[in-house]
Write a protein that binds this ligand. Structure first.
Ligand SMILES: [Mg+2]
Length: 307
């Protein structure tokens, strides 16, 4: 069957807008418990304007995704060295919401010359138990590149996060997005399990909740574990299995609290890849703070992806 390029372009745009929209709306409930979400937004959070001064602002998740997107635009391939350079340049702007692991890594003098060694060393120094969602939050764009998806997702993840649970989450989300955009289908549960098993046995229970559980089973707002990569990955896969449209996923995840900007960025990138830009209400696109710049990036990137 001939591939419909118009449809593919629409799903690429849906994925990228979904990332920024989930990030920007999720900012309004970030780090809240679900009770605090209800106190702050009695009718639920559904519009950027409810957030106040930060209305329409995306955060580090989309900024770091843009570092990768711009590397692809300049190199016309996924070149980790350029991504590292872009990460460093972004770090120099003193971003206010950078993640703990990422900040620790990017602050190191040796990072730019030997990123993988530095990341591995820091992971070991912190007891090999740091599996934050800082890799998976930016991996959507890697899934749009239609070659060597798993290898690229892992290489870009390991530029800051060495834990196999982080790499496994990035590969699962990137492979899902790739399949949704380019093949117009998701992956089977067995295919997802196989990817998980390749990286870490601890991934499986989160995939099982995604298939059989309810969103609350992830305890997304638990203070101790809210930034865990498997929760973010699981939440996105759960929505893919259980919601009927883009908006339902966006609002469910944003109103669950916890690391809501990241959870919603990843979830909405996946849902955007499935449903396309055409289903996203214009309000959410038009009211993003850096909408014009983002739209231009999407155009440039799409021209390279569809070549
Ligand atoms: Mg963030």
């Amino acid at each position: 069957m001939a591939k419909d390029i118009g449809e593919i372009k629409d799903r690429i745009a849906g994925c990228l807008w979904g990332q920024a929209i989930g990030d920007a709306l999720g900012l309004g409930t970030e780090f809240m418990s679900s009770d605090e979400v209800k106190q702050n937004y009695p009718d639920g959070l559904s519009k950027y304007s409810q957030i106040g001064i930060e209305s329409g602002r995306w955060t580090d998740d989309t900024d770091m995704m843009l570092c990768i997107a711009r590397a692809i635009i300049s190199d016309k391939r996924i070149e980790p060295k350029t991504v590292v350079h872009n990460f460093k340049e972004w770090y120099k702007t003193s971003p206010i919401d950078i993640g703990v692991t990422t900040a620790r890594i990017l602050s190191l003098y040796e990072y730019e010359d030997s990123p993988y060694e530095v990341v591995q060393m820091m992971w070991e120094r912190f007891g090999k138990n740091d599996a934050g969602n800082g890799g998976v939050m930016r991996t959507s764009v890697v899934g749009l590149w239609n070659e060597d998806v798993a290898e690229n997702a892992e290489r870009i993840c390991r530029l800051t996060h060495a834990d196999p649970r982080c790499a496994g989450s990035c590969v699962i989300i990137s492979e899902l997005i790739n399949s949704l955009v380019w093949q117009d289908k998701g992956l089977s549960f067995d295919e997802l399990l196989q990817i998980g098993e390749k990286y870490d046995g601890r991934i499986r229970p989160y995939l099982e909740i995604a298939r059989n559980g309810i969103l609350e089973d992830f305890e997304l707002d638990d203070e101790q574990t809210m930034g865990y990569t498997l929760k973010t990955m699981g939440c996105a896969v759960w929505c893919l299995c259980h919601v009927d449209n883009f908006m339902e996923g966006l609002l469910k995840v944003v109103n669950a609290g916890g690391d809501a900007d990241t959870n919603a960025a990843v979830t909405c990138a996946v849902l955007g890849a499935k449903y396309g830009r055409k289903v996203i209400p214009e309000y959410y696109i038009q009211n993003l703070n850096r909408k014009d710049e983002y739209e231009e990036m999407i155009g440039q990137l799409t021209n390279i992806l569809i070549r």
